[in-house]
Design a protein around this ligand. Structure first.
Ligand code: HEC
Length: 176
């Protein structure tokens, strides 16, 4: 056997002694790199060009507070609530409220939920005329796009459920 052949053979034998797992170095990143849900990742994988089944939301998110206020008023003028205030709608609205809003706005809508108490500014008191006299479309807009400190819910709730929630807020709150 020539010396170069001997060297190749020695090289192959040496490689065979390395366990497969050694080739996946660095090991400490394997867990991190696997396809998995990372903290704060969205659980929705939405095709960028797709639109919601019920049609596209009319407004794109505002860039600043002035735009937010104007877009909100515009929504109040143009969006019509398509969902009648039936007992079923109020029941569903109540579920949505308890699931998404109560932590901040409190059981009675007074802005004193356990998370809300830690907020500056404090969550809006939903019984105030300021809220109760808003047109349904304006409240729908706030729920869909959030407010200044408040998160948005257009991805967390269907359009239908957001209208149920509007029905619930205007029917159940504002009495006292
Ligand atoms: C994480 C806390 C938090 C949650 C959850 C939350 N809000 Fe709010 N919300 C706030 C805060 C803080 C404000 C006042 C400051 C602002 O406008 O962002 C507010 C303001 C509002 C306003 C008044 C907006 C205006 O016209 O000025 C409405 C209406 C409202 N929230 C409804 C809701 C509804 C309905 C839900 C459930 C989908 C909800 N909020 C969930 C914190 C929250």
């Amino acid at each position: 056997m020539k010396s170069s052949q001997f060297r190749d053979l020695a090289c192959v034998i040496f490689l065979m002694t390395i366990p497969g797992s050694a080739l996946t170095l660095p090991w400490d990143k394997d867990m991190q790199d696997q396809p998995s849900l990372k903290p704060q990742d969205s659980v929705f994988s939405v095709n960028r060009s797709s639109v919601p089944v019920g049609g596209k939301d009319r407004f794109s998110p505002p860039e600043n507070v002035i735009e937010l206020v104007l877009a909100r008023l515009e929504a109040g003028r143009t969006l019509i609530n398509p969902v009648p205030k039936s007992p079923e709608s109020l029941g569903r609205g109540r579920q949505m409220y308890q699931l998404h809003c109560q932590v901040c706005h409190g059981e009675q809508g007074r802005g004193d939920g356990p998370v809300g108490l830690k907020f500056v500014p404090q969550p809006m008191e939903l019984n105030l005329d300021y809220v109760q006299l808003q047109p349904d479309g304006q409240l729908f807009y706030t729920i869909s796009h959030g407010s200044i400190a408040m998160p948005f819910y257009r991805n967390a709730m269907s359009q239908q459920d957001r209208w149920h929630l509007v029905n619930y807020i205007t029917e159940v709150f504002g009495e006292s």
